[in-house]
Design a protein around this ligand. Sequence first.
Ligand code: TYD
Length: 142
Amino acid sequence: MNKHYLINFLPIGNENTGYIIALEKNKPVKFDIKRVYYIHSVPESMQRGFHAHKSIEQILICLNGNIKVRCFDGKIEKVYELNSSNQGLYIGDMVWHEMFNYTKGAILLVLASEIYNEDDYIRNFDEFMKKVDKLNLNKKEA
Ligand code: TYD
C-alpha cells in the first residue's frame, strides 16, 4: 500500500457562503488524532523535515500559501505541491520527508496519530535506508 498520497477533502458550502471542511475519524482520517500542530513564518530559503517516523502517521494541510514536500518511502519518491486547504497529504510511518519552498505567509497544519515523541524520529538518512531496506527484505521473505 502506498505510504504517501494526497487526499481530497469535501468542502461544505459555496462561493457565496464560504466553506467548512470537517476532518474526523474515518471521514477521511484513518487514525485517531492525538496531536495537532502548525508551522508558520518559515523563510522561503528554509528547508524543514529531513526525517521519517518509525510509527507516527500524519496528514499535512497547507492552509495558506504554497509548500513543497518531498516524500520517499524507500521505493517511491514524489514531490507534492500543497497549495489548497481542500487537500491533505497523508504521510505514513517510515517515509522520509522534506518540506521546502514555503511561500511568504504559508501555514502548514499537521494532524498526527501520536503525541510528540523524539524517540519516534529517524533523523539520519543512512539509518532510515538501513531500516527501510530491512523492512522490505522481511516483507519479501514473509
Ligand atoms: P521537527 O519535527 O524536527 O520540525 P520539522 O519537521 O518541521 O523540521 O521539530 C522541530 C522542533 O520542535 C524539535 O525540537 C521538536 C519540537 N516539536 C515539539 O516539541 N512538538 C511537536 O509536536 C513537534 C512536531 C516538534
